[in-house]
Design a protein around this ligand. Structure first.
Ligand code: ADP
Ligand code: MG
Length: 300
């Protein structure tokens, strides 16, 4: 008998805009769905970029993330639209901006999405939460509903400073609201592997994560820089205006190869982790292409 797979809940988060959150949410989710895994994208950004990128008009009268956050009786299975095989979307709408202030007066304001995902537990194996570039109530809902955070960013010195602040936020959320939250790693977006500067920043990031390995309390104890980095590729920037993922818009482009490889790596590790379930899952180390790689340690 095959055991039901637990739902892996991943927030794509960075308080800075334009770093690749939405591009990574959409194309990584699509890469995983293409492997036959049931996948959900939740667009938590009032800008609705992930919704548009997946070819859905946020102004159409679908139930949206807003409806689910504001109305506890709304059925999340009605809101999830099938955008391609194995890939569903809970869309955003412009009203979502209003949710920030409307939620402010509610006691359970940060736990709404967590409850929604609880009702979808049997339906999806992967859930990707596309967070807005801020630390307001919508992002907080994402961080409370998630079990892990993936941070899309560029390998620049200034971005590295921003990473410190972001990790502090995760630590705060973990202490106050969601003890299960951990950082599984960084996805390097718009990457230029040739620049010396880039290589130095990546090395700094890796040694920073390495230094947290022994600290059992650290939320980024199992974090790493995911491979491969996502190269700068104009096709990735063009896809959204056609409402298409990179796999539909330009399947032979470098961007499709990079997201496909990133998704395949995540799945490989996840499947190994599930095989070993029963042990101390979050402590497992696996060897991936000859390297010892710490597991993301999602709480099962
Ligand atoms: P965020 O969601 O963090 O604001 P986006 O994913 O929307 O960031 O990316 C910002 C811009 O950069 C978008 O126009 C997007 O199409 C473009 N972009 C993202 N990743 C790449 C890439 N690897 N190569 C080229 N353009 C990219
Ligand atoms: Mg975005």
């Amino acid at each position: 008998m095959t055991e039901a797979r637990p739902m892996r809940r991943i927030a794509l988060m960075n308080q800075k805009g334009g770093v690749g959150k939405t591009t990574t949410t959409v194309n990584l989710a699509a890469a995983i769905a293409r492997q036959g895994r049931s996948t959900l994208v939740v667009d938590l950004d009032p800008q609705a970029h992930a919704t548009l990128h997946l070819g859905v008009d946020p102004d159409d009268a679908h139930a949206s993330a807003y409806d689910l956050l504001m109305d506890g009786s709304a059925d999340p299975t009605d809101a999830a639209l099938e955008v391609s095989e194995h890939l569903h979307l809970i869309p955003s709408e412009t009203d979502l901006a209003g949710a920030e202030s409307e939620l402010a007066s509610q006691n359970d304001r940060h736990h709404r999405l967590d409850r929604v995902l609880g009702r979808l537990e049997e339906c999806y194996e992967f859930v990707f939460l596309d967070c807005p570039p801020s630390l307001g109530a919508l992002t907080m809902n994402g961080l409370v509903a998630a079990r892990e955070v993936i941070i899309p960013m560029q390998a620049h010195f200034l971005a590295l400073q921003g990473l410190g602040k972001l990790l502090e936020t995760v630590q705060l959320v973990r202490t106050g609201l969601n003890p299960k939250l951990r950082v599984s790693g960084v996805v390097l977006c718009m990457h230029d592997a040739q620049a010396t500067h880039t290589r130095e920043v990546v090395a700094d990031m890796e040694s920073f994560f390495e230094s947290a390995r022994a600290d059992v309390e650290s939320p980024w104890r199992f974090a790493r820089v995911f491979r491969p980095p996502i190269r700068r590729n104009i096709k990735l920037a063009e896809g959204p205006s056609f409402g298409q993922t990179i796999f539909d818009y330009a399947p032979d482009a470098a961007g499709a190869k990079d997201y496909e490889a990133l998704g395949a790596g995540l799945l490989r590790e996840w499947d190994r982790l599930l095989e070993r379930r029963g042990g101390a899952a979050s402590e497992v180390q696996v060897t991936d292409s000859g390297r010892s790689v710490p597991m993301p340690g999602p709480v099962l």
